[in-house]
Ligand binder design. Structure first.
Ligand SMILES: C[S@@+](CC[C@H](N)C(=O)[O-])C[C@H]1O[C@@H](n2cnc3c(N)ncnc32)[C@H](O)[C@@H]1O
Length: 259
């Protein structure tokens, strides 16, 4: 993609040996003998490599491009990887330039018999409401019914990959959100998803658009909004390494990604 978009030279770093081999095969088919002069595919994790290894053409890059976004903005380690490259090679513009994760409280999910059967057929054993474990759990989902959304979504984590000062301060985040809901509303959990800014004004929102990314349903078990009509949500994110951890407190219920 970078070469097609006009890059003179590309250094591609890939942690997975199978992906590295596939990229090399494809590039050789496309560029034959000239491959090595235009693109270098380096096996390994960028975070484990010396600067000299990351710059096999001997020059600093003009642009960082990485698709390290997950169903949330941070779960595949994009903040730590971009911060590391910005510290050692930057400052550099990045694609995506920024990403956020959003959350909205949702009413308890009641799956029809058809949904349960279809989920079992496609995914192998997705649970019905009656079978949801009482405790919190995170489920992959898509096409979560819009009518179950109870409020306007709010941002619970945000990263600016093109600005190291901002990114350093974002590697640990701790937000207190308040959703105003009618007293007596039953809340089943949170729907979580990602929105990325690829370049100025060009966004992908994985809830609004049909993409290969899913969303997450954070199932917490039903709870009822009290007379103050407020649902407090605290979200703590530790994205200093590629092993990102989350802690959510949603009303009376809590969830930790790392026990
Ligand atoms: C979401 S996939 C994207 C795959 C492909 N580039 C694409 O756009 O379809 C993320 C890829 O980044 C690789 N990866 C993750 N962290 C990395 C790191 N620190 N250095 C190099 N590769 C990494 C993974 O092995 C995986 O192949």
């Amino acid at each position: 993609m970078s070469l097609k978009s006009g890059a003179e030279q590309v250094v591609a770093v890939e942690a997975s040996a199978a992906h590295t081999a596939a990229a090399r095969r494809r590039l050789e088919r496309l560029f034959g003998d000239t491959t090595g002069r235009r693109v270098q595919v380096l096996p390994g994790r960028s975070t484990d490599m010396e600067e000299t290894a990351l710059m096999p053409f001997g020059t600093k890059p003009d642009l960082l491009v990485a698709e390290l976004l997950g169903y949330t903005a941070s779960e595949e380690g994009a903040p730590a990887v971009f911060a590391d490259l910005q510290r050692r090679l930057g400052p550099l513009p990045a694609v995506p330039s920024a990403a956020q994760s959003l959350a909205v409280p949702v009413a308890p999910l009641v799956l029809s018999r058809t949904d349960v059967w279809r989920n079992w057929w496609v995914h192998g054993g997705w649970l019905s409401r009656g079978q949801f474990p009482p405790g919190p759990a995170l489920y992959d989902c898509r096409n979560f019914p819009r009518e179950l959304e109870l409020a306007e979504p709010q941002v619970w984590e945000e990263f600016n990959f093109s600005n190291l000062d901002q990114l350093e301060a974002q590697l640990q985040q701790d937000r207190e959100l308040v959703f105003n809901l009618p007293a007596g509303t039953e809340v089943g959990g949170l729907l979580l998803w990602m929105r990325a800014e690829l370049a100025d004004g060009i966004y992908i929102d994985t809830r609004k658009e049909c993409t290969s990314w899913n969303q997450y349903y954070l199932h917490l078990g039903p709870q009822v909004i009290g007379p103050d009509g407020r649902l407090g949500v605290s979200a703590k994110v530790d994205a200093r390494t590629e092993d990102v951890s989350y802690e959510f407190q949603v009303g009376q219920k809590s969830y930790r990604s790392h026990p």
